[in-house]
Ligand binder design. Structure first.
Ligand code: F6R
Length: 275
């Protein structure tokens, strides 16, 4: 895993946006996997800025969101669909027919989940998946004990997640108990994954995911099995990483590696060392 530590939340968002923009510039019809929540807000703000000021083009982009609360309609201000519309989609030139967010109100969840998985495959698979991480180590709503091979399905939310997400609702009792979510197996099929985290509250989960054993107790730890994961962390989220000095050293040796700009330089360096 590539671990990059940034000074603060704002720089994490900007760095993530540069990677997304680079993906879109090299593949204008890229398929993006998107997350909601507080973590990616900075990324979305920066993408909107890049669209307005630098012409970043979303006209051919296809997006699949990770999850949605069961029981909330698209127009419910607490739904993830609404979150995405307000924070990204309505500010960029994405085609509405290219936007996929799991439905929180389908009358056949089983069929919907199978269809969602099929749509991802038929769209060519996810090129770049953006993830946040829960304080219990979840990715999407794959709560502790989720199968690491799981596919899109309904999950019962953990009490900790319900408490963490209560800030978006008037009362704790209003937080839905169920969510429809991509599985860990679905996520691992993305070609590249960007894990974003900020704040001290995420530090234990981040350390367990990156440096702990691979376990369904921390579903983000399954990312260790993926060949192309970049973790963009702020100092606070990185504060419990034991190998932080190594990550900083790699970062100093290969600035820009996440943007894949220093690959030729990297190759030359290796060749030089081997001769
Ligand atoms: C949301 C999602 C979740 C969040 C996680 C962190 O689509 O998939 O896994 O990424 O719960 O949420 P925040 O960013 O609000 O701390």
């Amino acid at each position: 895993m590539e671990v990059i530590v940034h000074q603060d939340y704002e720089s994490v968002g900007r760095a993530a946006a540069r990677i997304v923009a680079q993906t879109l510039n090299s593949k204008p019809n890229a398929v993006l996997g998107l997350a909601t929540g507080s973590t990616p807000l900075g990324l979305y703000q920066e993408l909107v800025r890049m669209h307005r000021e630098e012409g970043l083009d979303f006209s051919q982009v296809v997006t699949f969101n990770l999850d949605e609360y069961v029981g909330l309609t698209k127009n419910d201000p607490r739904s993830y669909y609404h979150f995405m519309r307000e924070n990204l989609f309505r500010h960029v030139n994405i085609s509405p027919q290219n936007i996929y967010v799991p439905s929180g109100t389908t009358d056949n969840y089983h069929a919907f989940c199978a269809w969602y998985e099929r749509r991802i495959v038929e769209s060519g698979g996810i090129d770049l998946q953006v993830l946040g991480i829960g304080s219990d180590g979840h990715i999407a709503f794959n709560e502790p004990s989720s199968s690491l091979g799981s596919r899109t399905r309904i999950k019962t939310l953990a009490k900790q997640t319900i408490e963490d997400n209560a800030r978006f609702f008037d009362r704790l009792e209003d937080v839905p108990i169920y969510a429809i979510t991509m599985g860990v197996g679905t996520i691992l099929e993305a070609r590249r994954i960007l894990l974003l985290a900020n704040g001290t509250k995420k530090a234990p989960a981040v350390a367990a995911a990156i440096e702990g054993p691979i376990t369904s107790r921390i579903t983000a730890s399954a990312l260790q099995m993926h060949a192309d994961v970049t973790c963009l962390l702020d100092e606070a989220a990185a504060s419990q990483l034991e190998m932080i000095e190594y990550y900083r050293w790699v970062q100093a040796k290969h600035p820009g590696a996440a943007l894949r700009v220093s690959r030729p330089h990297f190759q030359r360096q290796i060749a030089h060392r081997m001769n």
